[in-house]
Design a protein around this ligand. Structure first.
Ligand SMILES: *[C@@H]1O[C@H](CO)[C@@H](O)[C@H](O)[C@H]1NC(C)=O
Ligand SMILES: *[C@@H]1O[C@H](CO)[C@@H](O)[C@H](O)[C@H]1NC(C)=O
Ligand SMILES: *[C@@H]1O[C@H](CO)[C@@H](O)[C@H](O)[C@H]1NC(C)=O
Ligand SMILES: *[C@@H]1O[C@H](CO)[C@@H](O)[C@H](O)[C@H]1NC(C)=O
Ligand SMILES: *[C@@H]1O[C@H](CO)[C@@H](O)[C@H](O)[C@H]1NC(C)=O
Length: 340
């Protein structure tokens, strides 16, 4: 009997372990790899370690269990099923990343070859990649373009949502990258393209020189998702403080960027808001602050259960009010005339 209880406790611990490794997964992906191949291998390696651990736990358990067979067999089968699911994920992740890597390599070759001929009217973004038949979501590299004066950058493409062709300009999902950054960092961008990042105001300005649509997707801590789309979205250049212009809202999250329409971008070291207060400092992020916010997608990431009391979280007032910090946000743009 004592042995039986012990084994149940052991199983409880195992299940707990499984849950924690699952919950820690996003953290593991955070370590920004130098290449997408590194990312692939880190993720695959970490999945493989989990599989190996499960295997050894299974072996250990089956060794221990000699008496309470029926019960234990059922539980072992359950664990085995989970192990198989993990194995399937390893295979899936491996094939997905190798496919993306192949495509990125082909693309880099192509862009190198055609750069000299087409640079005068090439605006590279995820929509133009989609048009060239790159239809897998993931990281792509855009080459430096002397004509446009653009440096080489990594972009992340969403090729699935609502027809695809979206270039991500912002993402919050892991919460370890601080968005309390100064003007210079917001100008050039920061963070990691597969994790949390701001693409950079100069890049957003360049992307939205062609008439563009903005789509914002949000998820709360209960797993519910909402979106807000602006049929027209553009920002001015640095000389004009990256002033925001928006029109034609649609969606189910509410229109919480309207209040920020026609405002300049502010950071804690550059107060361009319409308040006596320094909103960027109070709200701890760079944004198009009015006086101050009806949304603050660059606020502080508060983990589950720590919804902010300081109204400096990642907020979208029309959905969850000023004191609820969202779990996940993605801001993405594509040309208005994009045809999937
Ligand atoms: C795998 O097991 C070893 C020892 O049992 C432990 O140190 C390690 O943290 C485990 N790794 C994972 C991903 O659970
Ligand atoms: C908003 O949508 C209307 C109707 O489709 C269109 O006529 C108008 O040009 C759009 N506004 C902008 C700024 O794109
Ligand atoms: C926005 O910035 C521009 C210059 O960068 C300035 O002329 C304008 O007055 C500012 N607008 C507001 C509302 O602060
Ligand atoms: C933003 O302001 C402009 C006027 O400058 C207006 O035409 C547009 O409809 C406004 N956008 C929203 C979303 O209200
Ligand atoms: C948000 O928090 C502030 C400060 O704690 C409080 O005054 C306010 O009533 C709260 N608002 C809502 C909608 O809960």
């Amino acid at each position: 009997m004592a042995k039986m209880n012990l084994s149940i406790v052991a199983l409880g611990v195992v299940l707990l372990l499984l849950e924690t490794t699952e919950a820690q997964k996003p953290k593991k992906r955070l370590v920004p790899p130098k290449t997408s191949k590194g990312q692939c291998c880190d993720e695959v390696r970490s999945l493989k370690v989990q599989v190996a651990n499960l295997t050894s736990i299974l072996e250990e358990l089956s060794r221990k269990q000699e008496t309470d067979l029926i019960n234990v067999v059922r539980q072992v089968m359950e664990l085995d099923k989970q192990k198989q699911q993990l194995n399937a994920r390893v295979t899936e992740a491996e094939s997905k990343y190798s496919e993306v890597n192949n495509r990125v390599e082909i693309m880099q070759l192509q862009t190198l070859q055609s750069a000299t001929q087409t640079s005068s009217h090439a605006i590279y973004d995820c929509a133009s990649l989609y048009g060239k038949n790159y239809k897998i979501s993931g990281e792509y590299k855009l080459p430096k373009d002397d004509f446009l004066g653009t440096p080489e950058i990594s972009i992340f493409c969403d090729m699935e949502t609502n027809g695809g062709g979206w270039t991500l300009i912002q993402r919050r999902k892991i919460g370890l990258t601080s968005f309390k950054q100064d003007w210079k960092q917001y100008k050039t961008g920061f963070g990691s393209i597969r994790g949390d990042f701001w693409l950079g105001n100069d890049n957003i300005y360049r992307l939205t020189r062609q008439p563009s649509t903005l789509r914002i997707e949000m998820e709360d801590w209960e797993g519910e998702t909402r979106y807000a789309e602006y049929g027209f979205f553009t920002v001015k250049n640095e000389l004009n403080s990256y002033k925001l212009f928006l029109a034609n809202y649609s969606g189910n999250a509410g229109n919480s960027l309207r209040y920020h329409n026609n405002t300049n971008f502010s950071t804690n070291d550059k107060d361009n808001d319409k308040c006596v207060d320094n909103c960027a400092s109070l709200r701890k992020g760079g944004y198009w602050y009015n006086c101050c916010t009806d949304s603050n997608l660059n606020g502080v990431f508060y983990r589950y259960g720590e919804h902010t009391k300081n109204t400096d979280g990642i907020t979208w007032y029309a959905w969850h009010g000023p004191n609820y910090s969202l779990k996940r946000v993605e801001m993405k743009v594509r040309p208005m005339n994009f045809q999937p």
